[in-house]
Design a protein around this ligand. Sequence first.
Ligand code: ATP
Ligand code: MG
Length: 403
Amino acid sequence: MNEQNIFIVRTGEVALKGMNKPYFERKLVERIRTKLASVSEALEQQGEGKIEVYRKEGLVFIRSPKSLPEEQILKPVSRIFGVSSISPAVEAPSDLDEIGNEAVRFMLKQIEEKGVKTFKVEAKRADKAFPVKSPDIARIIGAKVLIGCKVLKVDVHNPDVRLHVDVRKDESFIYDSKVSGMGGLPLGTNGKGLVLFSGGIDSPVASWMMAKRGMQIEVVHYHSYPYTSKRAQEKVQRLVQIIAGYTGRIRMHVINLLPIQEEIVANCPEEETTILVRRFMMKIAEEVARRNRCQMLITGEDLGQVASQTADALVVTDAAVSCPVMRPLIGMDKVDIMDMAREIGTYETSIEPYEDCCTVFLPKHPVTKPKLEQILTSESKLDCETLIRDAVNSEEVITVNPE
Ligand code: ATP
Ligand code: MG
């Protein structure tokens, strides 16, 4: 019998990476190791052995002590970007008699635990030097299982269990269920971006989408304390913490925008307040990004959603900075964004009713078709450079760890 539980991790899109595949796989192994590190250490301290993660023949394997419930591997690993699916498996020497015995044991357990009645063998021969071809492997193992488990019948169309037999060079694997992962690419394989992170529904989803494509993220959040409360900021921090559950710890830059908002209100036309504030948010973020080696900005903007996200407003907002600005939600419908937020687990926190700095000094009739020239004229009344530098210098940096 096996001393350890074994899991096979499939990498989905990573597998399409051609020459770069080993790099992506190595990154993924690193991500899995990091995610399981504290559990592994605890097991080792209790003398239970540790968790091993390694690549072999195009697959990623995890071995964990039997005493650790499978769920404690399946759940966290299925949430790592770059994992397309994961299966608990049993192992057998690459010999048909041995595989057959292990398959019988495997199915007897299925019958006992789940009342399984029908099955189908799906055989695969990764080792082409193995002398028996896949359809014959399936037939031979199927026959052994029928003899060993008298209550079972074969059902090729709709079996209770699809018994996968994966014959490899050194050892073979048997498994049935696959737990779906999130897909995407391993974090850290696609640069670093800075998310403009509010307490709303959209920016957490935008963060998640970019991180899913392998981009490491930091976030910047603006508040207008004391007009906005400490509790509003705590809510934002809880949202970042949920995202950190997928990415690992996140650096959060917190900046008070009130001095700039007051300058704008005192010197510029009231209806331009929102767009001017948004341009400052972008400019400050660009400087934070530069200082922290983030290559691009990310926002949760979505075309047409609110007055500040009309095409004209986006053009004027975008012109505030010269670095690339990613807007992963730009063409999505709000209902679909909300569905994603539910899936990610941020929705319930996002809808908690706290004030945002954007709602402070909200103009009665914001311009929906701002003209860049006009906005630049208004901005020229302000000492933008000093305001931005002071804002960035006053930042508070918080390291947000996953729960
Ligand atoms: P969200 O749900 O992300 O708050 P929203 O639909 O409420 O978006 P806006 O409030 O216009 O739209 O904000 C648009 C984008 O600007 C946000 O998605 C976010 O990227 C950024 N943003 C807004 N408020 C803040 C803030 N207080 N701090 C940092 N970024 C912000
Ligand atoms: Mg908002």
